[in-house]
Write a protein that binds this ligand. Structure first.
Ligand code: ADP
Ligand code: NA
Length: 336
């Protein structure tokens, strides 16, 4: 089993990023390496240039994300952790696969339609061919499985179509070159909502800092934010159904359950009938207790540029060693 997954380098990481994305990578790493498989995790910095971006932020965000991943439990000795830009084979394979991908296939991608919107003429070519780079990202390593959420299913299908057409067109009677990656359904990801509005997702784009818990927040700040979180005047219900129509209460209980490694039912078993005056401090303390070691490690690593660069350099070396044989076979199959 070989899993390949990428994440966009983004700065100002918050609890939503941790519980919704990073924690799943750690769980996958632990599960896959226990079965003798391996995970390749990359920072999608090549993808980032498909949209307007600030060059100075891109490098900084890439390093910040690596610091967060390692602080949260990604182990660079067990997983291959790297950024695309240091493995030129990604871009090379994409070009080679551009000969196989069809315009019609890319035109049908819903994410392209959504992201380009009405301004197709002004969209970058990279935004259009992004799914071919995604195909290269996984085919390059002969990935057996790719974790996909709902929004990425269509892109994985495209990667499989490209692999299949390439194998048919250029491998003849010989062994097919590319492994067709299967979807790996990750453990259900938590969706964390804003502390100020239970109908909006927690996001770095929210202008109010009180709406989110940042990975750089101190214990005092975390306690303050939880105490000031928006709620309703009712006590907590004793069962799950009682949370319907109470998005803020539901979100806080859900955060408690994930952080404590328990179920919503169990949390309500303990706190049902209690008011937020009792529940909020308990949630704040739980968050502080669980996040403190992660935050401390994150802040320390974030300042250690040499260590972060070394992690990425070593990850890229391992990734290149796996990528080169596939790329060479691809050139050969094409007669290049
Ligand atoms: P933001 O909304 O803060 O800009 P990004 O869009 O950069 O976050 O998301 C980075 C990763 O974190 C993605 O995998 C995304 O699904 C996850 N993520 C972001 N916000 C949340 C959230 N509130 N709950 C769960 N997962 C989230
Ligand atoms: Na975003």
């Amino acid at each position: 089993m070989r899993i390949v997954s990428g994440i966009q380098p983004t700065g100002n990481l918050h609890l939503g990023n941790y519980l919704g994305a990073i924690r799943n990578w750690v769980a996958m790493q632990d599960q896959v390496s226990a079965q003798g498989g391996e995970c390749l995790y990359f920072l999608a910095d090549l993808h980032a240039i498909s949209m307007p971006h600030t060059p100075a932020d891109l490098g900084a965000n890439t390093r910040e994300m690596v610091a967060a991943l390692v602080a949260c439990g990604i182990d660079p000795d067990r997983s291959i952790l790297f950024n695309q830009a240091q493995v030129p084979q990604h871009a090379e394979l994409q070009w080679l696969l551009n000969g196989t991908a069809r315009m019609g296939w890319l035109n049908r991608m819903t994410q392209w339609k959504d992201k380009a919107g009405k301004n197709r003429e002004g969209a970058s070519v990279a935004l259009f061919t992004y799914p071919v780079l995604q195909a290269a990202d996984v085919l390059l390593y002969q990935a057996t499985h790719v974790p996909v959420g709902e929004d990425q299913k269509q892109h994985l299908e495209l990667a499989r179509d490209i692999a299949q057409k390439f194998n048919n067109d250029f491998c003849g009677e010989e062994v097919p070159l590319f492994t067709l990656p299967a979807p790996f359904i990750p453990p259900e990801a938590a969706r964390i909502m804003s502390l100020r509005d239970g109908s909006a997702k927690m996001s770095k784009s929210d202008p109010s800092d009180m709406s989110r818990i940042n990975m750089t927040d101190t214990a005092d700040t975390i306690m303050q934010k939880v105490k000031k979180a928006k709620t309703d005047p009712e006590p907590l219900p004793s069962d799950k159904d009682g949370l319907e129509g109470r998005p803020e209460a539901k979100n806080l209980v859900a955060i408690y359950a994930v952080m404590a490694g328990t179920t919503v039912e169990a949390v309500l078993g303990t706190f049902g009938g209690e008011g937020f005056g009792k529940f909020k401090p308990a949630l704040g303390e739980l968050l502080v207790e669980k996040l403190a070691p992660i935050n401390a490690r994150f802040l320390e690593l974030r300042e250690d540029r040499a260590a972060l660069d070394a992690i990425l350099r070593q990850g890229a070396e391992k990734a290149r060693a796996l990528a080169i044989p596939t790329l060479e076979k691809t050139y050969e199959a094409l007669g290049l």
